[in-house]
Design a protein around this ligand. Structure first.
Ligand code: E4P
Length: 217
């Protein structure tokens, strides 16, 4: 499973990228607003760091303006994936941009039917939002499973990009189901390293290092 990092914070992208943890980046208007940076400027900076797909989201609601925005975003770098919402206008924009050879990430997906439409419209990525479904006591992981089944049934090449990930467990659950990509905030990716038994075991080893005066350097 590929790891995308869900942030527009340059320092955090650099830190994870140096460890080989970043196969791509996703942003959205809320993350751009949080960064306080100009969308074109910060997106270009991210594309200069990361070779993999960098999602940048359109902000218009109608297809013509979305398409113009998407074309402008696509000019930033060859690894831009234009992110469009899963609306009818978003699907129209997805088809047009895909036909032009631009990667498209269709976002705000909350149903298997929406994912089916995105694949038909030529999406490179579909972004089902796990956490926001879980927040409503619905089952976000079940949606990932359903989309996996449907895409495999018909050989759709659209990649399942599990999004709105809130916990380290979401990451392993998505990997077990067979999501192609998961995008998570840096804190969630770092939390994947944590285990209480690792901490406990290390504390025991350190106590013995102290007791025996073990030195390597
Ligand atoms: C990624 O593409 C999404 O924009 C992001 O994962 C949404 O996450 P949230 O539901 O935590 O805002």
């Amino acid at each position: 499973m590929k790891f995308f990092v869900d942030t527009a914070e340059i320092d955090q992208i650099k830190e994870l990228h140096e460890l080989g943890m970043v196969d791509g980046v996703t942003t959205n208007p809320s993350l751009i607003a949080k960064s306080g940076r100009d969308i074109l400027e910060v997106t270009k900076e991210i594309c200069d760091i990361v070779d993999g797909p960098v999602s940048a989201e359109v902000v218009a609601l109608d297809a013509d303006t979305m398409l113009a925005e998407g074309r402008k975003l696509a000019k930033i770098a060859p690894n831009i994936a234009v992110k469009v919402p899963l609306t009818w206008a978003g699907l129209q924009t997805c088809k047009a941009l895909s036909d032009e050879g631009t990667m498209v990430n269709v976002t705000l997906c909350f149903s298997a039917n929406q994912a089916l439409l995105a694949a038909k419209a030529g999406a490179t990525f579909i972004s089902p939002f796990i956490g926001r479904l879980d927040d409503l006591n619905l089952d976000g992981l079940e949606l990932i499973e359903d989309i996996r089944t449907i895409y495999d049934n018909y050989g759709f090449e659209t990649q399942i990009l599990a999004a709105s990930i809130r916990s380290a467990n979401h990451m392993s659950d998505c990997a077990k189901i067979g999501a192609d990509v998961a995008t998570a905030p840096p804190a969630v990716i770092k939390a994947m390293a944590n285990h209480v038994l690792t901490d406990k075991g290390l504390a025991g080893f350190m106590a013995d290092v102290e007791k025996a005066g073990i030195k390597i350097l």
